[in-house]
Design a protein around this ligand. Structure first.
Ligand code: HEM
Ligand SMILES: Nc1nc2c(c(=O)[nH]1)N[C@H]1C(S)=C(S)[C@@H](COP(=O)(O)O)O[C@H]1N2
Ligand SMILES: [Mo]
Length: 320
């Protein structure tokens, strides 16, 4: 009975960790705190709940190929997932080609299909008699253990980090989403199509300039607070025809994000970072600054800003 209940608790903690992990990347910095805190507590509870499964995995490893493949992959994913999660939160930035948090997410995505497959081939059914007072006490105990572990971790090994869990950097590290890359750039010939009007860097320089100090918080686990200079979207010669549902900002690479009209005052077409013209890696000659939004909204190498009849939710939640 206890074994079945603990497997269910492990499944629930994994599901809660996965959901809160994804949600924590989506919500803005202002709302991330509680989600990420809960994620960490649930994730640390997974360590306690997964511990007894190590014996099961060891037995699985004694089985023959190809059965051993699934056990090996699951064990590797669990160890990688938990190891890199804790390493990131303890302050580890980059590990080879990815950030520690990037590895953490990669292992989570690797584990998910294995868990789903395991659950469909060998479902664990709770019986009516299993939901006893003792079962709820175990739920309470593991929840408490996760919360206590989180409090203890942040007072000891835990690195100073933003509410999103991101670690501080002095400057935004050039970052692209999957297979995007810095396009060839001729700043003199560069034009941004603003609602049909083609503006070059010199045209932008003639519009009112603003300087904002704001935070770029990348979902790969770092943030940087810097001064950005450029032109606010609301100061562009951009007419919004009746029926406009959103504004789409598009990159030379095809990467694009769609914004609701209420968020326009928080958007800027930036040309300078900390007083210096942008580097190619950071989006030269023109990139979007989306204050209060996670890094993946900060479209680099902007070539087009267009009003659109589509609603702002007409896009993939994360860029693909
Ligand atoms: C699938 C199950 C998952 C488990 C068991 C898990 C577990 C953990 C653990 C143990 C930590 C370290 C917490 C600490 O030491 O304070 C952590 C941190 C983190 N995880 Fe996960 N995680 C999972 C999935 C995910 C996913 C899918 C994402 C995002 C897509 C994610 C995002 C994060 C973030 C942003 C942190 C850093 C939080 C901070 O530094 O406070 N996790 N996770
Ligand atoms: N065109 C384009 N813009 C992009 C991306 C991309 O892959 N392509 N990545 C986004 C992500 S995920 C982040 S965190 C920021 C990083 O900005 P930086 O390279 O100046 O640090 O750019 C955003 N803008
Ligand atoms: Mo990012």
């Amino acid at each position: 009975m206890r074994r079945r209940v603990d497997l269910w608790l492990l499944g629930a903690a994994l599901a809660a960790s996965f959901a809160s992990g994804v949600a924590g990347l989506w919500v803005s910095e202002r709302h991330a705190g509680l989600v990420v805190w809960g994620h960490d507590a649930a994730g640390l509870a997974v360590i306690a709940l997964a511990w007894p499964k190590l014996g099961v995995i060891r037995r699985g490893l004694r089985r023959r190929w190809p059965h051993v493949g699934g056990s090996l992959a699951a064990a590797a994913c669990v160890v990688g997932l938990l190891g890199f999660g804790v390493a990131h939160s303890a302050g580890v930035h980059d590990v080879g080609p990815l950030t520690a948090l990037g590895w953490h997410i990669a292992f989570a995505l690797g584990l998910a299909p294995l868990v789903v497959q395991h659950l469909t081939t060998r479902p664990v059914r709770l019986r009516r008699g299993d939901l006893t007072r003792a079962a709820f006490l175990r739920l309470a105990a593991f929840t408490g253990a996760g919360v206590v572990a989180k409090l203890a971790f942040d007072r000891t090994l835990g690195a100073g980090r933003a509410a999103t869990g991101s670690l501080e950097q002095a400057r935004p590290a050039p970052t692209v989403w999957f297979e995007d890359s810095t396009p060839p750039i001729d700043p003199g010939a560069w034009r941004v199509d603003v609602g049909g009007r083609r503006l070059g860097p010199a045209d932008l320089a003639r519009l009112p300039q603003q300087e904002w100090t704001c935070t770029l918080d990348c979902t790969s686990g770092w943030y940087a607070r810097n001064r950005w200079r450029g032109v606010r979207l609301v100061d562009l010669p951009l007419a919004l025809p009746p029926g406009t549902g959103s504004v789409e900002v598009r990159s030379a690479t095809g990467y694009a994000r769609r914004f609701d009209l209420a968020s326009l005052p928080g958007l800027m077409l930036a040309t300078h970072l900390d007083g210096v013209s942008l580097d190619p890696g950071n989006g030269a000659p023109v990139r979007l600054v989306a204050s209060g939004r996670r890094g993946f909204w900060w479209v680099k190498w902007v070539t087009s800003v267009q009003p659109s009849a589509r609603p702002p939710w007409w896009q993939s939640p994360f860029p693909l």
